[in-house]
Write a new protein. Sequence first.
Length: 104
Amino acid sequence: MQRDETLWDNPYEFDPDRFSAPRKGSTEAWQPFSTGSRRCIGQQLSIIEAKVIGVLTLRWFDFESAINPEGSSIPGWGGRAYQELKITAKPKDGIPMTVKLRSQ
């Protein structure tokens, strides 16, 4: 699949940049793990490793909400943070955060 001539100009040439902008309408262009009997045997391990790396990276930072508890106006955000209900409840327009490197 990663060497499909209908998806890539030079499928047998080593070019990692080809995956940064796959062709429009090609959802099959990049499937690193695939599914079924031919799926990658290291899939679960790599997902666990990605989570561990994420946690170990995030612990170096402090996150603070930029929203006042009373819901006062935030420049550029237009007022209080209202909840929007879709499948689950989430803050409308996300939560503006301040991220700082934790001093050790």
